[in-house]
Design a protein around this ligand. Structure first.
Ligand code: C2E
Ligand code: MG
Ligand code: MG
Length: 339
């Protein structure tokens, strides 16, 4: 009956006072994952699994508290597990590929490089967006193998582009935090460079600003190691985090990438007060290269150029291109200039 129901607080109260173990006071906290059995219609094993799902949720979001299992939680987790298996299989079957989005000099509208962007086309021809599958790849550790493949593949494309005559072309490659922290990351980078023959000084790694804010010492050490390979570093989505000026200086990165959100607002911001303008100023003061991402219309391009941002990337110039389309696009670009 109702009176027999134990409230979570009653369980947590048991842990309020420290336990005495061999004369020592030991404080223990309890985190609870709960299932309402009256609403549960599965087997006992299912109920235990669901309690475990609720417990995992509580551990990550409410330590020392409790979470009741809800159907939505189960659906979400099962969906994530399903996607993880699909990704593992899809990667093995070669369903992942890279698209390349050209990066241009605003002044002459000439392409000087491209960003490699991961794509996943499933067996039935549907595309799963990277914002959806990359977190799962990170969470499951798959990103280590996928990321190593991305490095090799993008370096190989760089070599193909160079063979087509574009010798001053730079390839930008996104690196996830999980990948970056891996003890063998530098080896994987070196192998990608050596295995493909890509020149390190034409390769740039993009790390995100949020990543730049964690564990400063490890990061500074890592970045120094990367720079010793000859590869350069850009900070992606710049402006969304809160990295301090002095810290930025210590990181010794080469380029800041103005986040798309600040490019979008540039046309409605009152002149002289946009975040984009501040980032451009910051880059200039620190002697860093600046590129704007997500440039979609001519006005944004004009304003950025006026503000002193020399480089840009976005739908206005080109969408991410299939591998076979990049070299052709670069060729056309050269022809347009010659005409
Ligand atoms: P990001 O690195 O900031 O990439 C820029 C995103 O903006 C890309 O989305 C690109 O397709 C999109 N974009 C480019 N120009 C425009 C524009 O003019 N307008 C709009 N609305 N969007 C534009 P995408 O390809 O969906 O990638 C999303 C994110 O997934 C990337 O953000 C990056 O964080 C991550 N990602 C992509 N490829 C990789 C990869 O190989 N490794 C890792 N670790 N992350 C990756
Ligand atoms: Mg990027
Ligand atoms: Mg970005």
């Amino acid at each position: 009956g109702q009176a027999d129901l134990i409230e979570p607080a009653a369980v947590q109260d048991l842990f309020a006072a420290p336990f005495s173990i061999e004369g020592q006071d030991v404080q223990v906290s309890a985190t609870l994952g709960l299932v309402r059995l009256l609403e549960h219609d599965g087997t006992a094993t299912d109920a235990l699994k669901d309690a475990d799902i609720a417990l995992k949720r509580a551990k990550s979001q409410r330590r020392g508290g409790h979470f009741y299992f809800s159907r939505g939680m189960g659906v979400e987790i099962r969906e994530r597990v399903r996607l993880m298996h699909a990704l593992r299989g899809g990667f093995a079957r070669g369903e992942l590929f890279l698209a390349y989005q050209p990066q241009v000099e605003l002044a002459g509208r000439r392409a000087f490089g491209a960003e490699a962007l991961l794509r996943w086309r499933t067996e039935d021809g549907r595309f799963v967006p990277p914002d959806r599958f990359i977190p799962i790849a990170e969470y499951s550790g798959l990103i280590i193998d996928i990321g190593a493949w991305v490095l090799r593949e993008a370096c190989a494309e760089l070599v193909r582009v160079r063979a087509a005559g574009h010798l001053d072309f730079t390839m930008s490659i996104n690196v996830s935090q999980v990948q970056f922290r891996h003890p063998h990351f530098i080896d994987m980078l070196r192998q990608a460079l050596a295995g493909t023959g890509a020149p390190p000084e034409r390769v740039e790694l993009e790390i995100t600003e949020s990543m730049a804010m964690e564990e400063p010492d490890l990061l500074i050490e890592r970045l120094a190691e990367i720079k010793r390979t000859g590869v350069s570093i850009a900070i992606d989505d710049f402006g969304t985090g809160f990295s301090s000026l002095s810290y930025l200086q210590r990181l010794r990165v080469d380029r800041l990438k103005i986040d798309r959100a600040f490019v979008t607002e540039i046309t409605d911001a009152a002149r002289g007060s946009s975040i984009a303008e501040m980032v451009i100023e910051l880059g200039r003061n620190l002697g860093l290269s600046i590129i704007a991402e997500g440039v979609e219309d001519e006005r944004q391009a004009q304003i950025l150029q006026t503000l002193g941002c020399p480089l840009a990337q976005g739908y206005l110039f080109a969408r991410p291109l299939a591998p076979e389309a990049l070299i052709e696009w670069l060729g056309n670009d050269a022809l347009t200039r010659a005409a």
